[in-house]
Write a protein that binds this ligand. Sequence first.
Ligand code: GLV
Ligand code: MN
Length: 216
Amino acid sequence: MASPFLMLGLFALITCSIVFAYDPSPLQDFCVKDPDSSVLVNGFACKDPKLVEANDFFYSGLNIRGNTSNPVGSRVTLINVDLIPGLNTLGVSLARVDYDPWGLNPPHLHPRATEVLTLVRGTLQVGFVTSNPENRLITKVLQKGDVFVFPKGLVHFQRNIGHGNALAFSALSSQNPGINTVANVVFGSVPDISADILAKAFQVDKNVVLNIQSKF
Ligand code: GLV
Ligand code: MN
């Protein structure tokens, strides 16, 4: 049997990895992002608390519809720590998502956050896919007032299946959730992932890959 010390070490390791998988908990009331600090830490250095003011915790303009004139017909307006410096160390952010009729927020994931979406207007088909090997699609049609959770790190999407525009607001469990859109990271990386690699990965002809890459 493994020694108690080894077991204890393993337990500590697992516990630490769980703790560090999320934004760290604050150790003070707030730590407003200091725009002038050059100190590199996980997050941002704190502004002098004496200089902190209400505007550090404030954002105005989330009533404004995002510009959906793009090939997918949707727009995510992400309000993270860059726009509200007071979010630094607090582990949350939010987003407004606008959709044209049939607009799609294409498959993407947030590397650092779970998302809780509330539909305010319209009808959305939403879904996320579980990890390998199951890759199970969990999907639902949402109506106004419905709430849906997209677990951290899982690929998810929303599509407006109503006749008018749709509008949703999301809460995200990180001050800086990140957005990795699958098509962009795979076919629009800089520099390109070689077409040979993608042709093999997607089991298609190299020309299909080159064609998709030319769109990103
Ligand atoms: C934003 O990222 C969203 O999925 O609503
Ligand atoms: Mn999302």
